[in-house]
Design a protein around this ligand. Structure first.
Ligand code: ASP
Length: 582
């Protein structure tokens, strides 16, 4: 028996028991005649005491050799501490050690195993197994476990069953590049790792499974800006014989269950917003609705004066930043520089201070009088004391820019409270999206998404206007889930593929199996997937998903601990019939 108790377990009620503990040396303090050691395991820290008078001499000598992160086993008696430590649950007691075994020595760790470590991100990732010993990472992993258990509990209670689907598959388009795996037994042929189990879960519906879920790894070879990982985890779900409303209700139920069980928060029915409204009002299809600063479009009131910048713009749009009229000239200049950074890309920013006395002072006073500016205030909902920030340009671009500014201002004003949760359904997404570079349409969600009833004719005339039975669940400005009602009819699916630019042969080669299946009694079905990493991070009140992943990759998709990806040797290449051309 390595241990009778964990390092987080012993209390005053255990005093005078003999116990055996095992764990890591957090730190040791050697006072000459007395040595204290903090012994740590996943459950906590217990103080050990070695005393020249009361501890056997050989044990006392051995205790002097202990270094940080040594793995040890001790036996001793629980005694009451003289100086109690109210900060830790075991702080009333200590162990007067009688036996000590060094199970394994340790090199000096390259960073301190403390909550506030001296180790930077890179070094922590290289020695992630040491990082995991730290509370912030350890607790994040435990937190993730709790969330996934609640997901499984809830979905099982709703009669979903978890089914595994293969990882070695054929491309499933989710808008990213595939990771491919060469097949040794099938020379010159490759599997693709799933970007999601999309087609398989649809086939499970054809197979009559009715309600499926899976907590599953997905793989997307995309640029890793914005806190993404090349492999990430989804809570992937599908249901048969459902309409959009059924799906929204079930997964609203799941989300509410998680908020209740994990955060102790009751949320009202989730609001719903159309994609068009979200874009117009927040410049974004995943609006953070914990705060206002809604967009006010100003074309009506700002154009046809002598200000050419606005006259020539497709959209003039502003937000009222609460209380920011007090910004100094310098602060405003900085803000203008901020929107002009290449990441945001605005050409400039017009501002209006709505002074407490009801007057306006703007950067375009030459072109607009007080009456004009009062109209801007009305459109943006500005109140005295607010600063109206106005951008102009091509609609899509300017909306994205103002959305970024809105989020930045909210951040600066402390309006993004991580302990406040504002879920939202965004519905009625467009079916197709125009790729401005190639001029081709591609599926906004994925090619298996059904158009809204009665919109089929529009596909030929106004493809951009066709709306889909597609929806996203947004939480605090993050898309945490998305899905759709699927096409379940072969002809319809063929029409979709055609509009997405697949020839009949290409569609057959890539998705023939699905179209075939649709001929054997495919039920109406739909589903969605949650991004588990992000969901857990948001519930955990963190901005980055990395600490909730045991072994994450860095921004270049590298695992710096195991040093992957890496070249493979010639022998292996030969076996795979692969020649490199670099
Ligand atoms: N497969 C989709 C995705 O990964 C989710 C869905 O439509 O269910 O985004």
């Amino acid at each position: 028996m390595y241990r009778s108790h964990s390092c987080g377990e012993l209390r005053a009620s255990h005093v005078s028991q003999e116990v055996t503990l095992a764990g890591w040396v957090q730190k040791s303090r050697d006072k000459g005649f007395m040595i204290w050691v903090d012994l740590r395991d996943r459950y906590g820290i217990t103080q050990l005491i070695f005393d020249e008078e009361r501890t056997p001499a050989n044990v006392f000598e051995k205790a002097k050799t202990l270094g940080r992160e040594f793995v040890i086993q001790v036996t001793g008696n629980v005694i009451e501490r003289e100086a109690k430590n109210a900060k830790i649950p075991t702080g009333d007691i200590e162990i007067l050690v009688t036996e000590l075994t060094i199970l394994n020595a340790s090199l000096l760790p390259p960073f301190t195993i403390e909550d506030a470590t001296d180790g930077g991100e890179d070094i922590r990732m290289k020695y992630r197994y040491l990082d995991i010993r730290r509370n912030p990472v350890k607790n994040s992993l435990i937190f993730r476990h709790k969330v996934t258990m609640e997901v499984r509990k809830y979905l099982s209670s709703q009669e979903f069953i978890e089914v595994e689907t293969p990882y070695l598959i054929k491309s499933t388009p989710e808008g990213a590049r595939d990771f491919v795996v060469p097949s040794r037994m099938n020379e010159g042929q490759f599997y693709a790792l799933p970007q999601s189990p999309q087609t398989f879960k649809q086939l499970l519906m054809v197979g009559g499974m009715d309600k499926y879920f899976q907590i599953v790894k997905c793989f997307r070879d995309e640029d890793l800006r914005a806190d993404r990982q090349p492999e990430f985890t989804q809570i992937d779900c599908e249901m048969a014989f459902v309409e959009q409303e059924d799906i929204l209700n079930v997964f609203e139920g799941l989300t509410r269950h998680l908020l209740k069980e994990i955060k102790g928060i009751d949320v009202e029915k989730f609001p719903r917003m159309t994609f068009d409204h979200a874009m117009k009002t927040y410049g974004n299809d995943k609006p953070d609705i914990r705060f206002g600063m809604e967009f006010g479009e100003l074309n009506d009131v700002a154009q046809h004066k002598d200000f050419n910048v606005f006259n020539s713009a497709e959209l003039v749009v502003g937000i009222a930043v609460p209380g920011a009229a007090s910004f100094t000239r310098k602060e405003i200049d900085k803000l203008i520089d901020w929107v002009k950074r290449p990441q945001i890309g605005a050409l400039g920013m017009v501002y209006v201070k709505y002074n407490e006395d009801g007057s306006f002072k703007s950067s375009v006073d030459k072109f607009y009088d007080q009456e004009d500016l009062a109209k801007w205030a009305e459109k943006t909902g500005a109140k005295p004391g607010d600063l109206i920030c106005v951008l102009s340009g091509a609609t899509n671009k300017v909306r994205a820019q103002l959305s970024a500014l809105r989020m930045e201002m909210a951040e600066r004003l402390g309006l993004r409270n991580p302990e406040e949760f504002a879920p939202l359904w965004v519905v009625d997404f467009p079916l197709l999206e125009l790729d401005e570079e190639t001029g081709h349409y591609h599926a906004m969600h994925h090619p298996f998404t059904s158009p809204k009833p009665g919109q089929l004719e529009l596909l030929d005339t106004n493809p951009s206007d066709v709306k889909a039975n597609a929806y996203d669940l947004v939480l605090n400005g993050n898309e945490i889930g998305g899905g759709s009602i699927r096409i379940h009819d072969k002809q319809m699916q063929a029409i979709m593929f055609k509009h997405l630019g697949f020839t009949e042969e290409e569609a057959k080669a890539q998705f023939g199996f699905l179209m075939d299946a649709f001929q054997y009694g495919a039920p109406p079905h739909g589903g969605l997937a949650f991004g588990l990493d992000r969901l857990v991070a948001i519930l955990g009140g963190q901005e980055t998903i990395r600490d909730f992943i045991a072994f994450p990759k860095n921004n270049s998709g590298r695992d710096v601990m195991i040093d992957a990806p890496a070249p493979i040797d010639d022998e292996q290449l030969k076996e795979l019939s692969i020649k490199l051309d670099m």
